[in-house]
Design a protein around this ligand. Structure first.
Ligand code: ATP
Length: 250
């Protein structure tokens, strides 16, 4: 397996606290890889380091064969590593379609060569509509982004990340703040993203993780204690002892 993303000996400290503790992780091209772990295990700290918002103290991050440890976030996005909500802010007063069109335009660059548009307006909106379809918002094109339901807004954030044409998408708790019904309605969308690109998913909702992930890594105290298929993780004695307990019954 040639990993698309590889973390080698990653360390991040907050004062005396080691939030990421010599962590190794490999995400294969095309897989949906979930990271789970108890509160405070270091999931958010890890995602920040991968997306470029937080520098590791030690170790390296290799993406598509390139060491990106020192690259800023925008460079990582350019290489195809996108995180949903950090890429572009939603303009709440603009419509869904306009938000997506602006994100597509941003990928093409706001050209200073004003005599030649970087992309034609119709191509821009065609791509924005296709993105809206992909994220299940094609019936909300004209709605102001600020009026969307919580789940719809999370999907718009995903759409903005997809507008960068990523090779890999970092999805940080896409179900956060949702009820069980809304969560379930998002599952097919997340599943379809997983069929198109590599996804690294951090999610508390175990039903989502165990249904959607190809492989799961379990993070405890800043270390990966196990990586495997949902079946392997479900039956891993160390994982059950350290974290899952009876939450996921066999
Ligand atoms: N800015 C910070 N300064 C100091 N300590 C921090 C900071 N951010 C996180 N921590 C600590 O680092 C550890 C890992 O936190 P992190 O938020 O990454 O865990 P998490 O797995 O995402 O937790 P949760 O599931 O509750 O979101 C925790 O002990 C947390 O208190």
């Amino acid at each position: 397996m040639t990993p698309l993303l590889e973390l080698r000996g990653l360390v991040r400290r907050y004062g005396g606290l080691v939030a990421t503790d010599h962590l190794d992780l490999a995400v294969a091209e095309g897989e949906m890889h979930a990271i789970i772990g108890p509160n405070g295990a270091g999931k958010t700290t890890l995602i920040h380091q991968i997306s470029g918002g937080l520098a590791p103290d030690e170790g390296s991050i290799v993406f598509h064969g390139q060491d990106i440890t020192a690259l800023p976030m925008n460079e990582r996005v350019r290489l195809g590593l996108a995180r949903s909500y950090q890429i572009t802010n939603i303009f709440r007063q603009c419509t869904v379609l306009d938000n997506l069109a602006l994100a597509v335009q941003a990928r093409h660059g706001s050209s200073m060569r004003f005599w030649r548009a970087a992309i034609s307006e119709s191509a821009l909106f065609d791509e924005a509509r296709a993105l809206a379809h992909k994220i299940g918002l094609d019936r909300r094109l004209e709605a102001p982004a600020g009026s969307l339901a919580h789940g719809e807004q999370r999907m718009l954030e995903v759409g903005l990340a997809l507008a960068t044409r990523p090779r890999m998408l970092l999805l940080d708790e896409p179900m956060a703040g949702m009820g069980p019904k809304e969560s379930r309605s998002l599952m097919p969308l997340i599943q379809s993203l997983g069929q198109e690109l590599t996804v690294l998913l951090v999610e508390h909702d175990m039903e989502t993780v165990f249904q959607l992930a190809d492989r799961i890594s379990v993070l405890v105290s800043g270390r990966v204690i196990a990586t495997g298929t949902p079946g392997e993780i479900r039956h891993n004695a160390e994982v059950r002892k350290a974290y899952l307990g009876d939450e996921v019954s066999a």
